[in-house]
Design a protein around this ligand. Sequence first.
Ligand code: 8YV
Length: 324
Amino acid sequence: MTAKPSPESTASIDLLMAGPLLPGLMADIESRYRVHRWWEIKDQAAFLETQGPAIRGIVTSGRFGADKALIESLPALETIVSFGVGYDPIDIATAQARNVAVSNTPGVLDDCVADTALALMLAASRRIVEADRFVRAGRWPNEGFGLGRKIGGKRCGVVGLGNIGLQIARRAEAFGMDIAYYNRRQRSDVPANYAYHADVLSLAQASDYLVLAVPGGAQTRHMIDAPVLEALGPQGFLINVARGTVVDETALVKALQAKTIAGAGLDVFEFEPQVPAELMSLDQVVMLPHIASGTFETRKAMADLVVENLDAWFSRRELLTRVV
Ligand code: 8YV
């Protein structure tokens, strides 16, 4: 960890915080910088006019982002420091055009996100959440529960073999699964037994579990559509720890209702926190409220990296984990 710049040197730096972050992270930044809480400002247009010219940094997250209008309304903006690896709600093109440096928090959350993918695979296949509901409802003394499906010996198709995808593959391998993947480019630095597919449709055809680990944004929007779900087939599960936008959610609901796929484990949704009402009654779906990185340990590491990026920028114009 690098030394923090002195509070005297940062106290006069104006930052815009896009939304509420972890309390400890906010307290740390607010104790050393002059922070303006965007979401608490009643007249944002008036604020931009009077105080906007002083803002040198935006602190945000993969949830709150920073759009074109906001970036363009801050003439002195130098950097956008974001909490989270995904930066799809940050307008990167506008940041680049304005010469604004952007950072995210890669690396530190790979384990927890991959753990969550495996948790969802197991939960959906072994019907863990449904079984819990069965016990709680007092049904055990009078009824049998039925069987789940084994994941060992099945085919795990990873969509996006980046840092997180690789951790998912390693874990799935440890559970006895065969690994295949789709990536923009074939990777030569991964085990030779990881079978490469040049398109998602062919990977879906060759998978029992299709696990999504690609970034969000326009390039991957609705990459998982009706034909891909059909290719996954009635024994197949869709697992999403990436972004809800990667999946055509209407097509997914239809496939689950018609049982043309076996089930799904979803940490993210197309219009989160709104979840399609149709999914609520389907036992073969396990749903989480976007918690894949949500452990004390990982969120602390992400918060530390946000602070390190901020301090590195304002002490020496560097970002440790720079996107652009
Ligand atoms: C965060 C995430 O919860 O890192 C990401 O891209 O989706 C999560 O780890 C999110 O970015 C914080 O809002």
